[in-house]
Design a protein around this ligand. Structure first.
Ligand code: UDP
Ligand code: MG
Length: 139
């Protein structure tokens, strides 16, 4: 994956609250192109694999339960400077600290149920995109 791609997923709270469309609209309005998209649900084991980097953290078990609690919408996105620009668009992990107008400020309910994921590096964007879309055509 080039430096122009990032990976995101709309998390279970935002999907079940009916915010997927509004969030995708914000993503496209910010200049990102949707390269791959689907609706799916993680098992707790798959969620644990996705967040393996956090397995020693106190929030890990709750996070895996939450992330497997309902459907999610994973996407691969393309834009110049995608990883950094997308982190700016979603805002801080804790919505209490997120800037006005960011996706998390608008839609997150808590530091855990914070509406959306964004990759933190080009390397992780590639790993995370392949986690969901390795055997899928990308446009
Ligand atoms: N998280 C949590 N409690 C915390 C920190 C993080 O429940 O104290 C959850 C939250 O859903 C977050 C995810 O774990 O999005 C991954 O944490 P990370 O620090 O990577 O934040 P992100 O990169 O998503 O902003
Ligand atoms: Mg992270």
């Amino acid at each position: 994956m080039s430096t122009n791609k990032t990976f995101t997923m709309i998390k279970p709270d935002a999907v079940s609250d009916g915010h997927s469309g509004s969030i995708i609209k914000m993503i496209e309005a910010a200049g990102f192109r949707v390269v791959a998209l689907k609706k799916t649900q993680l098992t707790p084991e798959r969620a644990g694999e996705f967040y393996a980097v956090h397995k020693e953290r106190p929030f890990y078990n709750d996070l895996c339960a939450y992330m497997s609690s309902g459907p999610i919408v994973p996407m691969i996105l393309e834009k110049e400077n995608a990883v950094a620009d997308f982190r700016t668009l979603i805002g801080a992990t804790n919505p209490a600290n997120a800037d006005e107008g960011t996706i998390r400020k608008l839609f997150a309910k808590s530091i855990e149920a914070n509406a959306i994921h964004g990759s933190d590096s080009d390397e992780n964007a590639e790993i995370e995109g392949n986690f969901f879309f390795a055997h899928t055509e990308q446009f």
